[in-house]
Structure formats: structure tokens, C-alpha cells
Design a protein around this ligand. Structure first.
Ligand code: EPU
Length: 344
């Protein structure tokens, strides 16, 4: 079940060269528990990867890398307007979105074409076009490394925030998520308030029509990882306080800005980077995407170090010009390959 020295360059959408010391692909809860028991027994560090679409991998991942491959999903019989949908961690997210929309179920249609697997979705609380996973997620089923016990977290316990959750903090690499439970609605509830979505679909659109419209917008702006290595947005959209937002708007009146309920203001990192003239920049094997400045790309032949150096250069330019600090969005795993190639 455990493979050794596994090449992960095709298992991360940036296409960065990386090797797992050990890899376990788990297809059941029993296999996931077994993997955790082994990791605990040998005190191996644990890294869980899904579709690899939000990762920056360093060349060497020591210990055990686990890839969940629980690929079932099913609907729980329910009365009324809503349905509980159970989704294995290894289900492809976009295929789930399409399948639910085809059944006429509402709730995740705006999250179309987000790459990756369902089990990774709660980690960063995936969001797009005005909708976040947290709005429809009811439970996360997982196995804890400590004692290999099964546990169910409710939405509150997941501590969701903007691109954030407990899985990036207290539970980071301490659990294997096996299943999500989503609550979707049979009753139409289109969410068309973001950007130009409303101009692309009618208010009476079906969920599948919204999936198609969102997919079209994403295809126009975001590079297809199968063709050009990328991890989607490389930075979070930064938030500033009201005073800083006022000062920035006085200097840059056209700056996109989104007031938050607590008085803070969210800015568009893509716009800030674009204004620094960095869109389309190429630096060795890496660069800034030419249609969406928030996306860093890997043209092949590069490394995590090269990409992270570019990210620092981009963040420094934004800091210099706007005094705003950008925070990386994808998670960084692994380390430099030890001398001797990592073999014991
Ligand atoms: N903008 C520019 N230049 C750019 C990019 C953006 O001027 O190069 C401006 C746009 O014109 C717009 C604003 O910045 O006024 C926001 O751009 P957009 O609507 O494209 O969204 P985003 O803030 O760049 C976020 C998410 C995306 C998500 C879209 C749509 C984050 C970090 N990113 O991007 O998520 O698809 O909104 O909801 O929150 C991802 O996380 O991988 C991702 C793609």
C-alpha cells in the first residue's frame, strides 16, 4: 500500500518537481486509519494532498504523503426543499458541481471549474463569484492522527474564514478528511451579484446554465493547469482598515474595493499587482499570468524556490507602491532534498 520515492511532479498543478519519501493512496476509511497508525508508529511527518491544485511543493516531502481516493458520493433522503449530499474526499470537485446542477440542486453552481478534490475544499474554504463553501457545508468527517479515531466536525468547529479554516491551523496535517456533507437546495436560489455574472445569465437560469456561465468566465481569465502550471490565485485579497482604504482611494480613485461588514475594506490583489506593471512578466521559468495578475505560472523547468522568489518580488512591489502586504494563498509543503537523495 505504501510506495517509496514517488514523483509528485504530475500530482501538483504547478508542475513543480517534488518527490514523496512515501506515498499512500487510501481508498477507504480502513486504509486511511492504517496509514495514520503507520505514520504514528514510525513518527513520520504527515502531508495530505488532494488534487494538488493549491500547493507549492518543495523538492522533498519526508515521511508519509497521503492521497485520499474515496470517490463515492450519495444523496441522503430528505424532506422539504433541501438535500444532504455526502461527498467522498477523493471526488473531483468540478464533476460534483456538474452532477448536482444536473439534478437541479442549488448551492455550489458558482463554484464550477475550481480544480482539485472535494476533500481539499474545506481547507481553504473555496470561494468564487460571491459564494463560499462554508455556506453549504454541514459536516466534515475525518480521522485524527492522534489515536486514528473518526470524528465529525460541524461547520462552527471548522472555524471558516476567507480562504481559511481550522485545517490550516490547529488541525494542519493532523487529520485525513474522508467525507464532506453539504446541504443543497431544490428551490432556485441563484447568486448572480458578483462581477459580470448577471449580464451573462438570466435571473431564471438553471443551475447548469450558471455552471456554464461561471466556467466560461473562468476559462477566459484563468490558465488551464493542464497547459500552464499554476495554483489559481497565488495571493489572498488583502484587507485594510477604513483609514488606509480612504487614503488609498484618494491617491488611486479607480481602485476596486469591497467594504466588509466589520468596517474593514477588501482590496483586489490582482489589481494592485497589475498596477505595478507586473502582469505578463516572465522571470526565468516562472511568471505572472498575462490575463490575471493574481495567478503566478510555471512554464516548466523551474522550482519552488524560483516561484517563491518571484512571489516575494511581486509582494515587495505592491508593498512599495501601496503599502499593502500580500499573503500567499497556496500552501507550501516539503523541504530541500537532503544530501544522498533522501534515501536512508
Ligand atoms: N483585476 C485587475 N487586474 C488583474 C486581475 C484583477 O485589474 O490582473 C481587478 C478586476 O478587474 C476586478 C478585481 O481586480 O476589479 C477582482 O478581480 P476578479 O473578479 O477576477 O477576482 P479576484 O479577486 O482576482 C477572486 C478569487 C478567485 C475567484 C474570483 C472570482 C481570491 C484570492 N481569488 O479573484 O479565486 O475565482 O475572485 O470569485 O479570493 C483562487 O482562489 O484560486 C481563485 C481563482
Amino acid at each position: 500500500m505504501i510506495q517509496h520515492d514517488v514523483d509528485l511532479s504530475a500530482a501538483n498543478t504547478l508542475g513543480l518537481p517534488a518527490t514523496a519519501e512515501r506515498l499512500a493512496t487510501v481508498t477507504s476509511i480502513a486504509e486511511a486509519r492504517q496509514a495514520l497508525i503507520e505514520a504514528e508508529r514510525h513518527t513520520w511527518p504527515l502531508t495530505v494532498i488532494g488534487g494538488g491544485s493549491n500547493l507549492v511543493l518543495e523538492p522533498w516531502l519526508p515521511g508519509l504523503v497521503v492521497r485520499p481516493a474515496l470517490t463515492e458520493h450519495w444523496l441522503e433522503a430528505a424532506d422539504g426543499d433541501t438535500v444532504r449530499v455526502h461527498v467522498g474526499a477523493g471526488v473531483n470537485w468540478h464533476q460534483l458541481v456538474v452532477a448536482m446542477a444536473e439534478r437541479g440542486l442549488w448551492g455550489i453552481e458558482n463554484l464550477a471549474l475550481i480544480p482539485g478534490l472535494a476533500g481539499a475544499a474545506p481547507i481553504q474554504n473555496i470561494g468564487a463569484y460571491g459564494v463560499e463553501l462554508a455556506e453549504v457545508l454541514e459536516e466534515v468527517h475525518l480521522i485524527e492522527r492522534d489515536g486514528a479515531r473518526e470524528r465529525v466536525l460541524g461547520r462552527e468547529e471548522c472555524a471558516f474564514g476567507y480562504r481559511d479554516s481550522v485545517f490550516k491551523h490547529a488541525l494542519e496535517n493532523r487529520v485525513i478528511i474522508t467525507r464532506l456533507v453539504l446541504r443543497l437546495s431544490r428551490r432556485p436560489r441563484p447568486r448572480l451579484d458578483y462581477g459580470d455574472l448577471a449580464s451573462r445569465v438570466s435571473a431564471a437560469a438553471s443551475p447548469s446554465e450558471i455552471v456554464d456561465a461561471v466556467s466560461a468566465v473562468r476559462r477566459e481569465k484563468l490558465p488551464d493547469p493542464a497547459r500552464l502550471g499554476n495554483a489559481g490565485s497565488f495571493f489572498k485579497n488583502p484587507r485594510v482598515d477604513a483609514d488606509q482604504a480612504r487614503a488609498l482611494l484618494a491617491a488611486f480613485p479607480t481602485m476596486p474595493h469591497f467594504p466588509l461588514p466589520d468596517g474593514g475594506v477588501k482590496l483586489a490583489a490582482g489589481w494592485l499587482i497589475d498596477q505595478c506593471g507586473l502582469k505578463g512578466l516572465r522571470d526565468g521559468h516562472v511568471g505572472v499570468h498575462d490575463r490575471q495578475a493574481l495567478v503566478l505560472v510555471h512554464h516548466g523547468g523551474g522550482s519552488a524556490a524560483e516561484l517563491l522568489a518571484l512571489a516575494e518580488r511581486v509582494a515587495a512591489a505592491v508593498e512599495r507602491r501601496f503599502g499593502v502586504c500580500l499573503e500567499r494563498e497556496p500552501r507550501r509543503f516539503g523541504q530541500a532534498r537532503p544530501a544522498g537523495g533522501g534515501k536512508p
